[in-house]
Design a protein around this ligand. Structure first.
Ligand SMILES: [Zn+2]
Length: 166
């Protein structure tokens, strides 16, 4: 199992950001949080996100608030699909109704659990265009703890002269 702790840069295409944001915004209009997944391939210390995966999910309300839930069979299907397409899950992104932070539920029930994976939380039901500056960004370390990570690890593919074949 590949460990992602050596990843120092994550390249994300603009469409992946925009499409994910649009999905989460639509979920928000129904009063639900939404969750999307960034998948792609690792190339040394760089991870290239190629695809947005939107798992089948449902919004639930609990005493503590709301959550987006992915059931076990859907998770298994997703893992099978990733395995077949030789793609890997590098990050999960989900929306909150208000402030962006990683709740204890987010820590415990994360979908992306491989060491070095990322979890991003987008505020205000994703009503504004995606912005790394607005998102809360966390990364899981080898002890299984989600710690805040700098947005400088992420680059929008094709922008800022950082894209190419290498
Ligand atoms: Zn959350």
């Amino acid at each position: 199992m590949t460990d992602f702790s050596e990843i120092q840069a994550v390249m994300v295409p603009r469409e992946v950001l925009d499409d994910g944001q649009a999905f989460m915004r639509a979920a928000g209009l129904r009063g639900n949080e939404g969750i999307v997944l960034w998948v792609g391939q690792k190339d040394g210390p760089t991870f290239h996100v190629t695809t947005l995966a939107i798992p089948e999910q449902r919004g639930i309300r609990t005493a503590d608030g709301i959550c987006a839930v992915i059931e076990g069979p859907e998770l298994a299907r997703l893992n099978m699909e990733l395995h077949k397409s030789k793609l890997q899950l590098i990050a999960q992104v989900h929306s909150h109704p208000g402030a962006a932070y990683h709740s204890t539920t987010d820590d415990e029930f994360a979908v992306a659990t491989r060491i070095g994976c990322f979890s991003l939380v987008v505020p205000d039901f994703a009503t504004r265009p995606f912005s790394f500056a607005e998102a809360a960004i966390y990364r899981i370390n080898s002890a299984g703890q989600w710690l805040e990570a700098p947005s400088s690890l992420f680059h929008i593919a094709g922008e800022g002269g950082y894209y190419g074949a290498c």
